[in-house]
Ligand binder design. Sequence first.
Ligand code: SIN
Ligand code: FE2
Length: 217
Amino acid sequence: MNYSLFDDASNIRPWTETICEGAAILRHFSVNREAALLDGIKQILSAHPFRQMRTPNGHHMSVAMTCCGEVGWVSDSDGYRYSAYDPENGEPWPAMPDSFYSLAVQAAQEAGFPGFTPDSCLINQYQVGSRLSLHQDKDEKKFGAPIVSFSLGIPATFLFGGMQRSDTVQRYHLAHGDVVVWGGPARLRYHGVAAIKEAAHPLLGTQRINLTFRQAT
Ligand code: SIN
Ligand code: FE2
């Protein structure tokens, strides 16, 4: 397949786009380094497939999820929390692959957060039409570490708001290879993902996969 974007290496030169103090998008950060991520995802899915979790009020989320790391993020009628076990099969979540860990640490460092030690990686699968409503990431024990969020596959519109749900939301186009990092004064900013538009990606087909790294415990 002739994927002309990659014919010109200058198109994939990484660069950092600042969102606000504490938040940035590392454009093209994981382009040409995604093979290990895709391979790791495949391994994780073989024993812990994507599933649409239920929110505490009983609705299925449109995003399907799985996890790796010491703990994984889970949601059911008891609420949102981190658990060392996959509720679908009672098995511990698989270890975070070294390649995931080192890319996440590098991305955090690049965005101004050295010493990131993620113990959890949530893997989100978005199909066309999937969306994630505005929320804060606040199920972690402490908020000293940033959130590091990799985009793979078809594009998304990332919504980045303020400290209140009603604050104005900025919209950012996220493409395959982009990484969003938010921490420090931006750590608890509301964020979400608009409904995914129809598209196809040469490596991932008609889906978007997001890897969100956190220090949860
Ligand atoms: C999340 O907020 O957990 C995921 C964000 C994304 O999919 O980009
Ligand atoms: Fe989030």
